[in-house]
Design a protein around this ligand. Structure first.
Ligand SMILES: [Zn+2]
Length: 424
């Protein structure tokens, strides 16, 4: 089976679960991720202080509905988990249509779609429905029931750590708190899980840390409890909205010129010239926390369509048809290429810096042969010229305009011939 199909199938398996920032939905999700990669599941008690925030009470839901006077469920959580405002407190009451309408959210501009609403930090209850559904409801008395609980419990998150040759780390972070929404962010969970599985099968220079966490409060909790581990992060990516058919968008880290920003820019230029680079902004997903000034970690955010900018965002139309196997597979490949570049980004020293070494007598100056002899020779000359110990392969790649893969291969050839020496 091809990778894209497998990624889409994994998103399909996660789709029906009613996730939230705490509770059994996120636990079940982490359980399914843990079947594919080595995952440690951590539980942080409600009430724990994490910087300026407090870990909230745990929310769980069993059922919810609005019944009309004939007993028919006119809004039914069993049909779609977006029908309940996420984090709604329990309620069981009889209300008039007018009273009920004050607790119902719809999208008049897309009358068939159900919006996604949350109320994490204010205790209230509510329903979401399609606008057509609400319009068809007549005056009269309705029975509302939300069978949920909001009690002291835990915030759950998952961490997959893959030790490498070095202690220095690459971070991958994806939020795992949205209910039945596919692009935001089952796409991120699926791509991150498959990326971890790929990296776990090979030897890496860097150590990798994958976090599957509730948005905002999860990243804040992890950072508050792992201040020392955070110091080891050299590069990082937040993955979100990465399964739709739109062009790639890479949002730079706060530093804007860190290696992850440059690596992502180079990979997009090589593999997806239609991709866009976005400047850093303090709004978005968990890069906001990783890039807060106290940490200022080199963490960017890779997306396809930008969150909030596509009409399906935070609605029932962000479903399994909105993401595609091909797009998921291409996103996985772009992420893998970015990490591959970082793994291979090294610095060399030219061992014969006084005039050019005679490449011809070493068989390194072909006038014919090879698929692109000119490109190879050009790469060798750039490497010999700029490898004075201060430039990395990525520096040389940017200055020469040559593809990183060509330079990396040429550096190995020159090192093999005793012309370059790897600087550790
Ligand atoms: Zn979202």
């Amino acid at each position: 089976m091809d990778t894209g199909r497998e990624l889409h199938d994994f998103a399909r398996a996660l789709y029906p679960i009613c996730r939230s920032i705490t509770g059994n939905g996120i636990r079940e999700t982490l359980g399914l991720i843990g079947e594919r990669i080595p995952l440690r599941i951590l539980e942080v008690p409600s009430g724990t202080q994490v910087f300026d925030w407090t870990v909230p009470k745990e929310w769980n839901i069993r059922d919810a509905h609005v019944k009309d006077s004939t007993g028919k469920r006119v809004i039914d959580f069993q049909k779609h988990n977006l029908h309940v405002v996420n984090y709604s407190i329990p309620v069981h009451a009889k209300v008039s249509l007018e009273e009920l309408t004050a607790h119902i959210f719809t999208l008049p501009e897309h009358p068939d779609w159900i919006p996604y609403k949350t109320s994490y930090y204010k205790e209230t209850w509510g329903f979401c429905a399609s606008h057509n559904q609400l319009s068809s409801m007549c005056d009269g008395e309705y029975e509302v029931c939300i069978d949920s609980s909001l009690e002291p419990g835990y915030l759950s998150y998952g961490e997959c750590f893959l030790p490498g040759e070095h202690e220095e780390e690459i971070l991958v972070s994806a939020h795992a708190c949205h209910p039945s929404l596919a692009n935001d962010n089952l796409s991120g969970l699926a791509v991150a899980t498959f990326l971890a599985a790929q990296l776990a099968r090979r030897k890496n220079r860097y150590s990798y840390r994958f976090l599957f966490i509730p948005g905002t409060i999860g990243a804040i909790t992890w950072l508050a409890q792992n201040k020392d581990a955070a110091k080891k992060i050299r590069h990082g990516l937040v993955l979100t909205c990465i399964g739709d058919r739109g062009s790639f968008h890479y949002k730079k880290s706060r530093r804007e010129n860190s290696d992850i920003d440059r690596a992502a820019a180079h990979v997009l230029k090589q593999q997806n010239p239609a991709g866009f680079l976005l400047p850093f902004s303090p709004y978005g997903y968990d890069e906001r926390q990783y890039c807060s000034p106290g940490f200022d970690l080199p963490v960017g955010c890779l997306m396809r369509s930008v969150w909030g900018k596509f009409p399906e965002y935070h609605t029932s139309a962000d479903n399994l048809d909105f993401i595609s196997a091909d797009a998921l597979s291409e996103s996985l490949s772009v992420c893998a290429s970015i990490f591959d570049l970082l793994e291979k980004n090294r610095s060399f020293k030219n061992l014969t810096p006084f005039c050019e070494p005679q490449l011809g007598k070493r068989g390194l100056y072909p006038s014919t042969g090879g698929s692109s002899p000119e490109l190879e020779v050009n790469a060798r000359l750039w490497l010999l010229n700029l490898s004075d110990g201060t430039n990395s392969l990525l520096d040389i790649c940017e200055r020469s305009g040559l593809p990183f893969a060509v330079l990396s291969e040429a550096a190995d050839v020159l090192a093999h011939n005793g012309l370059l020496e790897l600087i550790s």
